[in-house]
Design a binder for this molecule. Structure first.
Ligand code: ADP
Ligand code: MG
Length: 551
């Protein structure tokens, strides 16, 4: 055995713990880690900003069950990466950030890019630590990766000072560590399983809410069996979409507000009653609603609303328990109730209210008309990424997901700028699937330079920009004689030309009749492509019963 450097030990340890992808930007002092990662067989993806690199690392974590790595230079590089740590923390997605740091022997001297990195990463991480001895790298990587995927998943941070990266130790002096097994699955108390079914049996207007905890736990088979057996209506959260097919006859997605407001029993599965779910409170929810809650985190139980029955455990394991317990019961929720009728009526009413916009062929087009063509065009096995205010909200309702973990969007933290990082992550994890990212013109601006990354790596991502010339609502023209409104963006921007500039294929469309042709050409093209669709400045959502963020 010979000597081994800190950089190589880091790469080997990540590889040992199942980390397959590293996104980053090289520079002092982390260049040797990127080089070692490639030598050890980790895929290294060079990004244009650490922010996108950190978004990509967490998307890999969510999609694969093992964290992606984000490699940043010291100081400003770490600060840029914090955005991703915060987003991963809010969404419970695993990632490992490795921040280069100035040499320990220069601490406090005003070293190049010296920063208190462990302190600033800590509030956004489950675990954050500096590596102080080269031979302890495998220990820290095992600890960090395990923390990122066990319990509620989340981000972790390791600080790698220059002297640790370049430092060498005798290989024989490095204590081996164990491979981290898949996270163990916890089961709920059997009496709680029975109590949950008792409450469901009493429900007149039951509703199951499926959140991304179920996607993370890969509970789709058990959940499909549970819904088929109980015939309970269900609602997917934005990222819970696809755990059950959005087109399942028991999905109430098209009557969301009505279903939430009228349900008398809600079975919350791997979802939080946070702002997205209006805190579970009136006027959005029935004030007497009874709540059954399945979650793997005890501290999540009863948050914002009291929980009547808590099923504390892993989603896949607990729904498996429910299915087993159902074998000794006759009960299922009957068809043709007033609850079903009310939901169907509301869904039909909602569909009717948007139909004129879907059918509207005027030029320039509106969100619903553009999304109609996008829906018909997106292949069923595609990963769909959505970001932007209206683009994401309307896109969520108009673009169904048939299978789990095929939708990525701004998520629980409402982060704009995730789109390119998520799309690049999806493309490297799923080279066999089409990747479609639908962005607003504001949203694409946050990380648009990553288009170069997609082109450089020839990742065949298809980006659609719905461009209304504004942040939120659009503008018909920019005023010449007074200051621009804060929400103004350049009208008719040539985002497709950015794609062309780096070697991809770009399309610009205004006339809705030409959208489909452009989309088809983009899909047929072998590399990355961008279809820039100009929207009418007044295009917007259908009128909503409740204002955004109503409690
Ligand atoms: P959504 O945005 O889809 O509603 P949230 O992120 O708000 O989802 O909530 C997800 C919930 O799922 C969290 O409370 C988390 O603790 C829980 N969770 C995560 N993993 C699992 C799992 N394997 N089994 C059960 N619950 C889980
Ligand atoms: Mg816009």
């Amino acid at each position: 055995m010979g000597k081994v450097t800190g950089a190589t030990l880091m790469a080997r340890s990540l590889k040992q713990q199942g980390v397959k992808f590293m996104f980053g930007i090289v520079g002092f002092p982390v260049q040797p880690i990127a080089a070692a990662a490639q030598e050890e067989g980790i895929s290294y993806i060079g990004m244009r900003n650490e922010q996108s690199a950190s978004y990509a690392a967490q998307a890999v974590g969510y999609l694969t069950g093992r964290p992606g790595a984000c490699l940043t230079v010291s100081g400003p590089g770490v600060v840029h990466g914090l955005a991703g740590l915060a987003n991963a923390q809010q969404n419970f997605w695993p990632m490992i950030m490795i921040g280069g740091a100035s040499p320990t022997y220069q601490n406090g001297m005003g070293a190049f890019q010296e920063e208190r990195q462990v302190q600033i990463a800590s509030p956004f991480c489950k675990f954050a630590h500096a590596v102080e001895h080269v031979e302890r790298i495998p220990f820290y990587v095992e600890l960090a990766v395990r923390q990122s995927i066990y319990g509620r998943p989340g981000p972790v941070y390791l600080d790698m000072p220059d002297d640790i990266i370049r430092g060498e130790v005798e290989e024989g002096d490095v204590a081996p560590v164990a491979d981290i097994p898949e996270p163990p699955r916890m089961q709920a108390m059997p009496e709680s399983v029975e109590a949950a079914l008792d409450v469901l049996e009493q429900a007149k207007r039951p509703l199951v809410i499926v959140g991304k905890g179920m996607a993370w736990s890969r509970a789709e088979d058990e959940l499909r069996a549970f819904i088929d057996r109980t015939r309970l209506p269900f609602l997917a959260s934005p990222l819970g979409k696809g755990v059950l097919d959005d087109n399942h006859p028991l999905s109430v997605g098209a009557a969301r507000s009505h279903a939430l407001k009228e349900a008398d029993v809600i079975f919350l599965m791997g979802a939080r009653l946070n702002w997205i779910m209006h805190y579970g409170r009136p006027p959005r929810f029935n004030k007497d609603v009874r709540i059954i809650q399945l979650d793997l985190a005890a501290e999540a139980i009863g948050n914002n609303m009291p929980t009547e029955v808590a099923l504390l455990g892993d989603g896949k394991a607990v729904v498996g328990q429910l299915n087993k317990a159902l074998q000794s019961r006759q009960w299922f929720y009957p068809a043709g109730t007033d609850w079903h009728k009310g939901i169907a009526e509301k869904a039909a009413e909602n569909a009717k209210s948007i139909q004129p916009m879907i059918d509207d062929d005027s030029n320039p087009t509106n969100y619903y008309r553009a999304l109609k063509d996008i829906r018909e065009w997106v292949p069923e096995d595609a990963v769909i990424i959505g970001e932007g205010a209206n683009t994401m909200d309307i896109g969520r309702t108009q673009l169904p997901n048939a299978a789990p973990r095929l939708r990525l969007d701004a998520g629980s933290y409402g982060t704009m700028g995730i789109g390119m990082g998520f799309a690049i992550a999806a493309a490297v994890v799923h080279p066999e699937r089409p990747i479609v990212s639908v962005s607003g013109d504001s949203a694409i601006g946050f990380s648009g330079m990553e288009i170069e990354t997609a082109c450089r790596l020839r990742l065949p991502i298809k980006i659609v920009v719905l461009s209304n010339g504004g942040i939120g609502s659009g503008l018909a023209e920019l005023p010449k004689d007074k200051p621009l409104p804060p929400r103004a963006l350049t009208i008719g921007s040539g985002y497709e030309k950015m794609m062309e500039a780096f070697g991809g294929k770009g399309f610009y469309v205004e006339d809705p009749k030409k959208i489909r042709g452009a989309l088809d050409e983009a899909m047929a093209y072998k590399g990355p492509a961008l279809v820039n669709i100009r929207l009418h400045p007044n295009a917007g959502r259908k009128p909503q019963q409740f204002g955004w963020l109503t409690t």
